[in-house]
Design a protein around this ligand. Structure first.
Ligand SMILES: [Zn+2]
Ligand SMILES: [Zn+2]
Length: 70
């Protein structure tokens, strides 16, 4: 199974709002740089292991080795 690069806000109140976003909204949030709720810069993580990623251009997760979807 392939992983995805996920963007999320580290603020717990924002995370509650982010969890309400519909599933296919992730194709928009993947391009976000700042949180639409608090304007903090977003955190990029692997959808498989949830470890932080330095950038979204990686083909494989450096932490768990899972290949990312295009
Ligand atoms: Zn936020
Ligand atoms: Zn990973």
């Amino acid at each position: 199974m392939k992983a995805k690069t996920e963007k999320t806000c580290l603020d717990t109140q924002c995370q509650e709002v982010w969890q309400e976003f519909p599933e296919d909204f992730s194709k928009y949030t993947a391009k976000f740089v700042y949180c639409p709720i608090c304007a903090e810069e977003l955190h990029v993580q692997c959808s498989n292991c949830k470890e932080a990623l330095a950038n979204t251009e990686f083909k494989f997760c450096p932490w768990c080795g899972t290949e990312f979807e295009e």
